[in-house]
Design a protein around this ligand. Structure first.
Ligand code: 5GP
Length: 116
């Protein structure tokens, strides 16, 4: 593991188990180990990007793919009609715990606003 890698790199390399629900050459999606909603999936780029604030202009297409995959998975999970929330935490105040960019898909229950 190089310094910037996280547990998510191990999941990408299948070195540790995860319930993978989508995989392409650039994107991986798997169920969150501690789900905060009936549906809780993480969509990540396979490329190591520590957070959205570290993304670069050349990542534009990849960032778009993360959202499109998230919407596709929400439909597949049957939460597109009831609604769902996509969350990207960045940095300490947002509570980002894993420094590998990820989009949370949360759904299957009513969400509160504003988030805590
Ligand atoms: P963050 O707080 O960084 O936005 O979210 C990180 C998420 O990754 C958390 O919801 C946490 O439950 C999840 N997570 C952390 N480690 C693992 C793991 O090893 N496997 C899976 N599937 N999820 C993880």
């Amino acid at each position: 593991m190089t310094v910037e890698e996280t547990i998510f790199s191990k999941i990408i390399r299948k070195e540790i188990p995860a319930t993978i629900v989508y995989e392409s050459d650039k994107v991986l999606a798997f169920r969150d180990i501690y789900p905060k909603a009936p549906v809780h999936i993480l969509v990540i780029p396979k490329k190591v990007i520590s957070g959205v604030s570290s993304a670069r202009p050349e990542d534009k297409e990849l960032l778009g793919e993360l959202l499109l995959v998230a919407a596709e998975l929400a439909t597949k999970e049957g939460i597109d009609k009831s609604g769902y929330r996509l969350v990207v935490n960045d940095g300490k105040d947002a509570g980002q715990a894993v420094d590998h960019l990820h989009v949370h898909i949360l759904g299957g229950r009513e969400m509160e606003w504003p988030p805590g």
